[in-house]
Ligand binder design. Structure first.
Ligand SMILES: [Zn+2]
Length: 462
């Protein structure tokens, strides 16, 4: 079992200014967390609410210890109990001591003993240390009062930050990444080798995205798509050959990535995106997701998923519309959305066609009903095949993958916006801002942010 933590950037910033006050003293705070559990694989804490213990409520605070009235912790335990939430206790080490001290060991053992005795249950609690530069490290405490290290800590928001044991500024990267290292340094190569990224859709934009991520050095890629290769895909499907017609897109892509030889781990799932167990297990253990599908029903799920599980989704879309015959380009428009709590979601932005989502679901799950209703014109269906050109599908995928780079490296701070639309036919771009007085249940209220596992899944009635 791997233990990991995801903290919203807004929470992280509040914690940082509370804990790091440059006066050489330890301080403490609690984080109430949603839970995401994939049995045997990963137990992930998702930050929902930060509770700061003010200086006047501390019993003592020096350079190497901090103590407080247990009543504050008991109050937090009560609050977490209602929804089976987890709790992280976080304190700082002003002298940059980058491990738990024996004082921490004793204090935490008693604290979490109290937690297990009061709230019951077997699910672990976590503790984190913040160092003076904002670095986080941590461990979990289990019900037998033993502890295990937290193997991955993410901060997500406008920027994406990660920490893990063994992270070094002097990573010796494989020779294949020497030139990339000249641009972005050694840490990024090591960071990317630790990431697991899932790509929904292995078509034109999905295949571009997968190959770009491979060459950037992403450690693990999961490809989800049920489609097989048609001859009419060969104009835009990277990695596919005529001899691959009839094979699964994900299988062909997986083989191509293996042949590149950079050691990328690849998993494939030959299904459409849905709430099925094997798909959810992959999504929930991902660090980021690329949405490379036209599937409206799938987008509804991904859209909620990003906010519930604090896993950013970079969703992309491309529209080419023509008029007349021979065709004239009327619209040639690409879209990138970075879905995370703090930015508007796809529903708020009108990027999901709910009617199409309904008919897509019906077509997959109840094909007989779908064709009957379609004949009677009760459902909308796909029209003629949409125009598709490899240069534009590849361009939008490239912009999407650069979005990932910028979130990690911040080389273009002005570009860290949730939504971008590119008009390739007149060379302009717009960044639609968040709407005001947003009443969306997903992105307009914090209720679902970091909610994690719950029944029904994603609070969706399917
Ligand atoms: Zn919304």
């Amino acid at each position: 079992m791997k233990y990991t933590v995801t903290i919203l950037e807004s929470h992280y910033n509040v914690l940082k200014s509370h804990l790091l006050q440059n006066d050489g003293k330890e301080r403490v705070a609690f984080i109430i967390c949603g839970r995401s559990i994939v049995v045997g694989k990963e137990d992930r804490f998702l930050s929902r609410e930060v509770i700061l213990i003010s200086d006047s409520d501390l019993l003592s605070s020096t350079f190497n210890q901090v103590t407080w009235d247990n009543n504050f912790f008991i109050k937090t335990l009560k609050q977490a109990e209602t929804n089976n939430f987890g709790i992280i206790v976080i304190h700082n080490h002003p002298q940059n001591f980058s491990q738990f001290s024996s004082i921490d060991d004793n204090g935490e053992k008693n604290l979490f003993k109290l937690a297990f005795n009061r709230n019951g249950g077997k699910r672990p609690y976590a503790s984190l240390i913040m160092l003076p530069d904002g670095t986080l490290l941590g461990r979990v405490w289990k019900s037998d009062l033993t502890n295990s290290p937290i193997s991955f800590i993410r901060v997500i928001g406008k920027n994406y930050k990660i920490w893990y044991p063994g992270r070094t500024k002097n990573f010796i990267s494989p020779e294949a990444f020497n030139r990339q290292q000249l641009a972005f340094g050694k840490s990024l190569i090591q960071d990317f080798s630790k990431l697991k990224i899932t790509i929904i859709g292995a078509g034109a934009t999905g295949s571009s995205t997968a190959l770009l991520l491979t060459r950037l050095g992403i450690g693990e890629i999961v490809l989800i798509d049920k489609d097989t290769i048609q001859e009419s895909n060969l104009n835009r499907l990277h990695g596919a050959k005529l001899s691959d017609v009839g094979a699964y897109k994900v299988d062909v892509l997986k083989q191509y990535i293996k042949d590149i030889g950079l050691g990328t781990k690849v998993k494939v799932i030959k299904e459409w995106i849905s709430g099925k167990r094997d798909i959810l297990d992959q999504l929930k253990t991902s660090d980021l997701i690329f949405g490379c599908t036209d599937d409206n029903a799938g987008r509804i799920l991904l859209n909620r998923f990003a906010y519930f599980y604090l896993i950013p989704v970079i969703d992309m879309g491309l529209v080419i519309s023509v008029k007349n015959n021979p065709p004239e380009i009327q619209n040639l428009q690409g879209r990138i959305s970075f879905l995370f709590p703090g930015g508007d979601c796809l529903i708020t932005k009108g990027n999901i066609n709910i009617d199409l989502a309904y008919s897509e679901n019906l077509k997959r799950n109840e094909p007989e009903n779908y064709w009957r209703l379609k004949k009677e014109a009760y459902v909308v269906g796909e029209g003629n095949p949409a125009p598709a050109v490899v240069t534009f599908t590849t361009q939008i995928a490239t912009i999407a993958v650069n979005e990932l780079l910028n979130r990690f490296l911040n080389f273009n701070p002005n570009g860290l916006v949730p939504h971008k639309i590119f008009f390739f036919h007149h060379g302009t771009e717009i960044f639609p801002s968040n709407i005001e007085n947003n009443e969306c249940r997903i992105c307009g209220s914090k209720n679902y942010w970091g909610r994690g596992d719950m029944l029904p899944f994603l609070d969706l009635v399917i």
